[in-house]
Design a protein around this ligand. Structure first.
Ligand code: 0A1
Ligand code: ZN
Length: 846
C-alpha cells in the first residue's frame, strides 16, 4: 500500500532533478520471494537545476546496503524513498535491495504472471524495483545483468552476452526509468527479421508461453508493416539490433512500449483465425503499430513530466490511426474512431472526470491514462494538421525529430516547431491543451442574392475547476452541394476562432445544402438543422454521409423515446438505398446499419435536456431493430448473400468488412427466424468471428444455452477465448438476465478475479450494458461495487479505472442517483482504500 494521505502534484511546480546520470548498471538475482537488485549509478550535479536535497524514489523496497564511492551510507528512509548526504561533485551510488515479485498483485514494478517474471514501470513502477530518480526527465544509458534459472532472460537494448543462468543487455539510447523492462521465464519465440532503410538487420521476436507459438504470425506481420510504414511516412528508422515483444496474461493495460522490449497483454498480440475475431485482429495490428511508433514518439523523444503525457500518447495514437487508415479503409477508421470518441471521451469531458488534454494537477498519474489524453490528444494533432496542411505538418514533425531527439520535451516544444516552421501563432490553439470540456458548435444558415452565409457559434460549458472558457480555434471542414446533388464547393477549412463568426459563399446559382464538419474535423458537438436525408443520398464526404444517417437514427430514437413516435420510415428508405448500393464497401454499409449504442443515446438525451431512462432506451432500440427486420424481411437474404466469403480466412479489411455486414444482417434475421440462421452459422463456423456472432445472436434470441455449453467445451483451455465466453453472456443478455448471468459467472470456477482480463470480461461487459448496469433495482451497481472493493487491495490501478463506470451518474433520475451515491460512499468507506481509487471516487462524487 502507498501512503494513505494523497498528495496533489502541480504542473506549475516543475523543477529539474539536481543530478544527471551518466550510466546505470543493474544486476538482478531473480527469485520469486526475494529478488535482489544491485544498482550502480554514476551521478553528476545538474548545473541547470535548483538547489535541492538528494532524493531517490523507492517504494516497498527492503534496503540491504547502500554506498557512495564505495563507502557505506545510511540514508533516511520513508514510504516514498530515501534522502542522503552526497558529495558536491560527481559520485558513484550503489545499493542493493530485496523485492518480492511473487506477492506483487498490483502488476506494477517486477511481478509474476503465469510463472514468468515481468515488469511494468510506466508511469511510476520503477521505484518498486530499486531506488532511483523515477521521473521521465532523468534519462540514462542502462546496462542490465539478469541472473536466474530460467531459459529466457530479457531486458532492453542489445544482447551483450549470455550463458547458463545469466544474460547481459546494454541499451545505448538514454531513456527514462519508465521504459525499463525485464522479462524472464520459460518462453518460446516466434522469430522474424527486418532490414531497415539504411540496410541494418534487425532480429525480431515475439516471446510467448509454449503452446502459443501458433498465434504469433499475424503480430509479426503487423510489426514488420509498422516498421516499414514509419520509414516511408515519417522517415523513422529502428535503432537497435533486436526488437522483442513478450505476451503476458496478467497486465493492467493493453501494452507497453519499453525500449526494444515491448510487453503486451496477451489479448493484444496473440491471434489466430479460430480464436480471434476480425476486430481482435484489427486492434492487435493497431496496438503493435502504436507501441512500435512510440520508439520515436515517446522513447527517443520522451516527456519532461507526466503532465506532458499527451505529447507522446496523442501523437502516437494519431500516428497509429494514420497507419490503420493506410492499410485498411480511411473512412471506416474515421467513423470507428468517432464512435469511440463519443462513447468514451465525450462522457468523460462532460462529467466530473473532465480534465484538460494537458492536466494541471493530479494525485495518481495512473488515473490519467484516459480517453481525453489519448483520443482527444490525437484529435488535437489532427486539427493542427488540418490547420497547417499536410506538407507543413510533415516539415514541422521533421523539425521536432531533429530538434528534440534525446530530449524530455513539453507541449510548448511541440507547438514551437509548428510556429517556427510555419510562422503561425499557435497561442490560441494551445487552449485545446489547457481547457477541458467538449465545445458545442451551432450552425445557422442564410441565403440572399446568390450568397450563402454560415454563421458558426461556439460555446464550451464549465468543467471542474474551469468555470469560464475562452473560444477555441476550430477547423470546420465544409462543402456545399447543389440541389441536384452535385458538389458546388469542394471541402474548405473554415477557421472558427471567435465565439461567433460568419462565412459567406457568393456567386451561387441556387441555395446549396451545407455539409459541415466533414471528416469530423474537430471533436465538438455540432447542432445544424440540415436536410440529412439529402446528405445521406448525396454527400461526397463518406464520413458526413454516414453522419447524416447517424443523425437521423439518433433523431428517430429520440422521438421514439421521448414522444412514443414510430420509427422514421423516410430515414429507413434512404438507408435502404445505401445498403442496396453494392459498390459501397460492406464495412461502410455495416456501420450505416449499426444503431447508435444505448450509451450514445443516453448522451444525446442528456444533451437535449432529457433524463435518460435506460429501460426506455433499450425498448426503443428493440422496437427499431424489429421494425428494420420486418421491413427488410425480403431484402435481408439478398444482403446476406453479398457477405459470403468463400476464400480461406484472412483478417484483412475486405473479408472483415463482409463478415461485419454479415453480422449486422444476422442480428436482424434472428428476429425473424428465431435464431435458425444463427444456429446454422454456429454449427458450420470455421473462424471465431462467425462463431461468436452466431453465439451472440443465439443468446439474444433466448435459445443460446446449448451453444454456450458447446462453446465452453470447445474452448475451456484457451484463456482469451474464455474471456469472450464470460463477456458475451453478459453483453448478449436482456437487462435483468445480464445481471443474473454476471452474478452466476463470478461464482464460476474459471472466474479468476485477480486476472484483469477476466475481471474486465465480466464487469466491463456489465458496466457497458447500459440497461443492465442502470437496472432500476440497483443490483448491478451493488455487484460491481462489491467486487471493486475486493479488488482494490490487490490491484488499485484496475479498480480505479473501472470506477469510471459511475462517472455519468448525475445525469440519471433521483432514485438511481441515490443508489449510485450509496455505492460510491461504500467504496470511500472501505478501510485502506488505495490512493488511486480514492482519487477517482472523490472526483466522481465532487
Ligand atoms: N504507454 C502505454 C500504455 C500504458 C500505460 C500505463 C501502464 O501502466 C500503468 C501500462 C501501459 C501505451 O500507450 O501503450
Ligand atoms: Zn501509447
Amino acid at each position: 500500500m502507498k501512503d494513505a494521505s494523497p498528495q496533489t502534484i502541480f504542473l506549475k511546480d516543475y523543477a529539474a532533478f539536481g543530478w544527471r546520470i551518466e550510466d546505470v548498471h543493474l544486476t538482478f538475482h531473480l527469485s520469486g520471494g526475494a529478488t535482489r537488485v544491485v544498482s550502480r549509478i554514476h551521478f553528476a550535479p545538474n548545473p541547470d537545476a535548483p538547489e535541492q536535497a538528494f532524493f531517490l524514489h523507492g517504494e516497498q523496497l527492503k534496503l540491504i546496503r547502500a554506498s557512495i564511492d564505495g563507502n557505506a551510507v545510511s540514508p533516511e528512509l520513508s514510504e516514498q524513498g530515501l534522502t542522503c548526504d552526497v558529495p558536491s561533485g560527481p559520485f558513484l551510488w550503489e545499493s542493493e535491495v530485496e523485492i518480492a515479485p511473487d506477492s506483487n498483485t498490483a502488476l506494477e514494478g517486477l511481478y509474476m504472471s503465469g510463472g514468468m517474471y515481468c515488469t511494468q514501470c510506466e508511469a511510476e513502477g520503477f521505484r518498486k524495483i530499486t531506488y532511483y530518480p523515477d521521473r521521465p526527465d532523468v534519462m540514462a544509458v542502462f546496462t542490465v545483468r539478469v541472473e536466474g534459472d530460467m531459459p529466457v532472460l530479457l531486458s532492453n537494448g542489445n544482447l551483450k552476452g549470455n550463458g547458463d543462468g545469466w544474460a547481459e543487455w546494454h541499451d545505448p539510447w538514454p531513456k527514462p526509468a519508465y521504459l525499463f523492462a525485464l522479462v524472464a521465464g520459460d518462453l518460446v519465440n516466434f522469430p522474424g527479421a527486418f532490414k531497415t532503410m539504411s540496410g541494418k538487420d534487425v532480429a525480431l521476436n515475439i516471446w510467448v508461453r509454449p503452446g502459443d507459438e501458433g498465434k504469433c504470425a499475424f503480430g509479426m506481420e503487423a510489426l514488420i508493416a509498422s516498421m516499414k510504414w514509419d520509414e516511408e511516412v515519417y522517415g523513422r528508422e529502428y535503432d537497435l539490433e533486436i526488437f522483442n515483444i513478450v505476451a503476458v496474461d496478467d497486465f493492467n493495460m493493453g501494452a507497453m512500449e519499453n525500449k526494444g522490449l515491448n510487453v503486451f497483454n496477451s489479448s493484444c498480440v496473440l491471434a489466430s483465425p479460430e480464436t480471434s475475431t476480425d476486430s481482435n485482429f484489427e486492434r492487435i495490428e493497431a496496438i503493435i503499430a502504436h507501441e512500435y511508433f512510440h520508439n520515436w514518439t515517446g522513447n527517443r523523444i520522451t516527456c519532461r513530466d507526466w503532465f506532458q503525457l499527451c505529447l507522446k500518447e496523442g501523437l502516437t495514437v494519431f500516428r497509429d490511426g494514420q497507419f490503420t487508415s493506410d492499410v485498411r479503409s480511411a473512412p471506416v477508421k474515421r467513423i470507428e474512431d468517432v464512435i469511440q470518441l463519443r462513447a468514451r471521451q465525450f462522457p468523460e469531458d462532460q462529467g466530473p472526470l473532465a480534465h484538460p488534454v494537458r492536466p494541471e494537477s493530479f494525485q495518481e498519474i495512473n488515473n490519467f491514462y484516459t480517453a481525453t489524453i489519448y483520443e482527444k490528444g490525437a484529435e488535437v494533432i489532427g486539427m493542427l494538421k488540418t490547420l497547417v496542411g499536410d506538407d507543413a505538418y510533415a516539415k514541422a514533425v521533421d523539425l521536432y525529430f531533429d530538434r528534440h531527439d534525446g530530449d524530455a520535451a513539453t507541449i510548448e516544444d511541440w507547438l514551437k516547431v509548428f510556429e517556427d516552421s510555419t510562422g503561425r501563432d499557435l497561442t490560441q490553439f494551445k487552449r485545446w491543451y489547457a481547457q477541458a470540456g467538449t465545445p458545442f458548435v451551432t450552425v445557422e444558415e442564410a441565403w440572399e442574392d446568390g450568397t450563402f452565409t454560415l454563421t458558426l457559434r461556439q460555446h464550451t460549458p464549465p468543467s471542474p475547476g474551469q468555470d469560464v472558457k475562452k473560444p477555441y480555434v476550430i477547423p470546420v471542414a465544409v462543402g456545399l452541394i447543389g440541389p441536384n446533388g452535385n458538389e458546388v464547393l469542394e471541402t474548405q477549412i473554415l477557421e472558427l476562432a471567435d465565439a461567433e463568426q460568419s462565412f459567406d459563399f457568393s456567386g451561387l446559382a441556387a441555395r446549396p445544402v451545407a455539409s459541415v464538419l466533414r471528416g469530423f474535423s474537430a471533436p465538438v458537438v455540432l447542432t445544424h438543422d440540415v436536410d440529412r436525408a439529402f446528405l445521406l443520398a448525396h454527400d461526397s464526404d463518406p464520413f458526413n454521409r454516414w453522419e447524416a444517417s447517424r443523425g437521423l437514427a439518433r433523431d428517430c430514437l429520440l422521438a421514439m423515446i421521448r414522444d412514443g413516435a414510430a420509427p422514421d420510415a423516410a430515414w429507413l428508405d434512404g438507408l435502404e438505398k445505401v445498403l442496396r448500393d453494392d459498390t459501397l464497401d460492406p464495412a461502410y454499409r455495416a456501420l450505416m446499419l449499426e444503431a447508435p449504442s444505448a450509451a450514445e443515446m443516453a448522451q444525446v438525451l442528456h444533451e437535449n435536456g432529457v433524463i435518460p431512462d435506460p429501460q426506455a432506451i433499450w425498448d426503443a432500440m428493440d422496437t427499431l431493430a424489429q421494425a428494420m427486420a420486418d421491413r427488410w424481411a425480403g431484402f435481408l437474404p439478398e444482403l446476406a448473400e453479398q457477405t459470403k466469403v468463400t476464400a480461406a480466412y484472412k483478417p484483412d479489411a475486405e473479408q472483415a468488412g463482409k463478415r461485419f455486414l454479415g453480422g449486422a444482417v444476422l442480428a436482424l434475421t434472428r428476429r425473424l427466424d428465431g435464431g435458425a440462421a444463427a444456429l446454422a452459422q454456429f454449427e458450420t463456423a470455421d473462424n471465431m468471428t462467425l462463431q461468436l456472432v452466431a453465439l451472440g445472436n443465439l443468446l439474444r434470441a433466448g435459445v443460446g444455452d446449448a451453444a454456450l455449453s458447446a462453446f465452453y467445451g470447445q474452448w475451456k483451455d484457451d484463456r482469451l477465448v474464455m474471456d469472450k465466453w464470460f463477456g458475451l453472456q453478459v453483453s448478449a443478455s436482456a437487462p435483468k438476465d445480464a445481471i443474473d448471468r454476471a452474478e452466476a459467472l463470478v461464482q464460476h470456477e474459471a472466474f479468476d478475479w485477480q486476472n484483469p482480463n477476466r475481471f474486465r470480461a465480466v464487469f466491463g461487459a456489465l458496466s457497458m450494458h447500459h440497461a443492465a448496469f442502470h437496472h432500476v433495482s440497483g443490483r448491478a451497481y451493488a455487484l460491481l461495487t462489491d467486487w471493486l472493493i475486493k479488488l482494490d487491495d490487490k490491484n488499485p490501478q484496475t479498480t480505479a479505472r473501472m470506477c469510471s463506470a459511475f462517472q455519468t451518474w448525475r445525469r440519471y433520475d433521483a432514485d438511481r442517483q441515490t443508489l449510485i451515491e450509496a455505492q460510491l460512499q461504500r467504496i470511500m468507506a472501505k478501510p485502506n482504500l488505495s490512493p488511486d481509487t480514492n482519487e477517482m471516487v472523490s472526483r466522481i462524487l465532487a
